[in-house]
Design a protein around this ligand. Structure first.
Ligand SMILES: NC(=O)c1ccc[n+]([C@@H]2O[C@H](COP(=O)([O-])OP(=O)(O)OC[C@H]3O[C@@H](n4cnc5c(N)ncnc54)[C@H](OP(=O)(O)O)[C@@H]3O)[C@@H](O)[C@H]2O)c1
Length: 255
């Protein structure tokens, strides 16, 4: 089985890579920091293919796929995981920075999915995993571009499932809440002192646990993964979640 993971150099992507190593998959590891991918690849005796790709550069989004498939065979599972966040007042954010986020978090996964899905449809098999965010379900003040990107990715992902199912291709949509990674540390710091609401309603989960849940969902052909489990409440009570977020999310400092 060939699994391709974007954003494999750290955090959730790295945990997904280790999870698939343990399941004896061949893995293509995609990120900019290739030295971290080299270190990661040393942890397995399964086959790996390393790809240095900057997904903010449109010319690099799909250019690596042919070589990866030559090395490890057709991609069976594509995991769109790479992402960046911006936590800053909307009016203080240079638009080009927001545009770059939309390229990495929304346009690159869509382009990569379309490129790989055409091949999966032709073979009548394959799985696409989109790592969205709870921000897709419960958009957070102070994160306008991230909310837009993850909301768009989740919407596309949820509806693609039915569209591609008739061709034997399955789609899993992943909604991580806060997960202990570099992104989570930076996120909590950007919001400043934690409110009681954040402590109670936004506990941090573990990247290894999430990786196991995602790999299980791929195997079981489940529709979506929501983790930590408390976040399921936001999906079932959207109006209350909206009111809580608007009232209690700390306002990001200016600048
Ligand atoms: N941690 C959380 O609380 C949380 C919550 C909800 C959703 N998520 C989502 O989960 C995914 C993984 O996040 P994480 O928490 O694991 O963060 P992370 O540790 O910061 O990892 C982000 C990954 O994305 C890659 N990446 C970023 N920009 C890239 C670019 N231009 N081109 C190629 N790769 C790029 C990074 O690799 P390089 O820097 O080496 O390129 C890195 O491997 C993201 O999509 C994130 O939005 C995270």
């Amino acid at each position: 089985m060939h699994v391709a993971i974007t954003g494999a150099s750290s955090g959730i992507g790295e945990a997904l890579a280790r999870e698939y190593f343990s399941r004896r998959a061949d893995v293509s590891l995609v990120a900019r920091r290739v030295e971290l991918l080299e270190k990661l690849a040393k942890q397995t005796d399964t086959r790996t293919h390393l790809v240095q790709s900057d997904l903010s550069d449109v010319s690099q989004v799909t250019s690596w796929v042919d070589a990866a498939e030559q090395a490890l065979g057709p991609i069976d599972v594509l995991i769109n995981n790479a992402g960046v966040q911006i936590i800053r007042a909307f009016t203080d954010t240079p638009f080009d920075e927001g545009r770059r986020l939309l390229q990495v978090d929304l346009l690159a996964p869509l382009e990569l999915s379309q490129f790989v899905a055409r091949r999966m449809v032709a073979r009548k098999q394959g799985v696409i995993v989109d790592v969205a965010s709870m921000a897709s379900i419960a958009p957070t003040p102070g994160m306008a571009f991230y909310n837009a990107a993850k909301g768009g990715l989740a919407a596309a992902s949820e509806a693609l499932r039915a569209e591609l199912a008739q061709h034997g291709v399955h789609v899993v949509t992943v909604y991580p809440g806060l997960i202990r990674t570099a992104m989570e540390v930076a996120g909590r710091a950007a919001f400043g002192e934690e409110t009681l609401m954040m402590k109670v309603f936004a506990p941090s989960g573990d990247a290894d646990v999430l990786a196991r849940l995602v790999a299980d969902a791929v195997e079981a052909r489940s529709e979506r993964v929501i983790y930590p489990a408390l976040n399921v409440l936001a999906r079932h009570f959207p109006a209350a979640t909206r009111a809580l977020l608007d009232a209690f999310t700390p306002r990001v400092p200016p600048g």
